[in-house]
Design a protein around this ligand. Structure first.
Ligand SMILES: [Cu+2]
Length: 217
């Protein structure tokens, strides 16, 4: 059973595993609650001659239903900490990455590449719109910003979603593991053409990427 879009990044499998574990825990609790609800509805239904009783509360029950969820939530947080910091903590970003600037605006994506010298902010940088070419099996770190409103960089196949906020430079990364074309969608309602704010991530083999990059410069 696979409900999620095909995974194509280095950390996708770890994230999916966490997703399914959380789904199993919350799913079991959901089913248990519904079964109990139906049971009590039937057991304590109104019947002739039965008196209602007044319940003031139970400290014991309140402690139990507070402590158990708290323990579960803390457990989930601890168990997912390693994956979280691998993906979100800038101190853990890969160092040998291709670095690209990503600028979101109503309603397009602009990708600035470092050019032949491998450094951003120099004369040979070049910009491409709505199509982001990246090499396979190489980490890509991107510096994300927005020129107008809040947008969100979302590539379902890579399991990456990062808000783009005007005035802020938010960094994120991914490593594509399969050659192909993947949908990039804006995941933050950003105006009338939000639904059209789509891009493509084109993952090329290292050789293809090198020759693509050479053509752009
Ligand atoms: Cu947008």
């Amino acid at each position: 059973m696979d409900w999620l879009p095909g995974a194509a990044s280095s950390y996708a499998a770890d994230l999916d595993r966490i997703f399914y574990v959380i789904l199993a825990i919350t799913g079991l609790i959901f089913v248990g609650v519904q079964v109990a609800l139906v049971y009590f509805i039937i057991k304590y239904r109104g019947r002739k001659g039965r008196q209602a009783s007044y319940v003031e509360g139970s400290t014991k029950a309140e402690v139990i239903w507070t402590v158990i969820p708290a323990v579960i939530i803390v457990g989930i947080a601890v168990a997912s900490q390693t994956v979280w910091s691998e993906i979100k903590d800038p101190n853990h970003f890969p160092t040998d990455a291709l670095e690209v600037n990503v600028e979101a605006r109503q309603f397009a994506w602009a990708f600035t590449y470092p050019g032949a010298d491998g450094e951003l902010g120099t004369d040979d940088d070049y910009i491409r719109y709505n199509q982001m070419h990246v090499p396979v099996n190489r980490p890509v770190v991107f510096n994300l910003t927005s020129v107008d409103v809040v947008h969100s960089f979302f590539v379902p196949a890579f399991r990456i979603k990062q808000d783009a906020v005007p005035g802020m430079n938010l960094r994120a990364w991914f490593e594509a593991t399969e050659v192909g074309e993947y949908e990039l969608a804006c995941a933050e309602l950003c105006g009338v053409a939000h639904g059209l704010m789509k891009g493509k991530i084109i993952v090329l083999s290292e050789d293809e990427f090198q020759s693509w990059a050479a053509e752009q410069s």
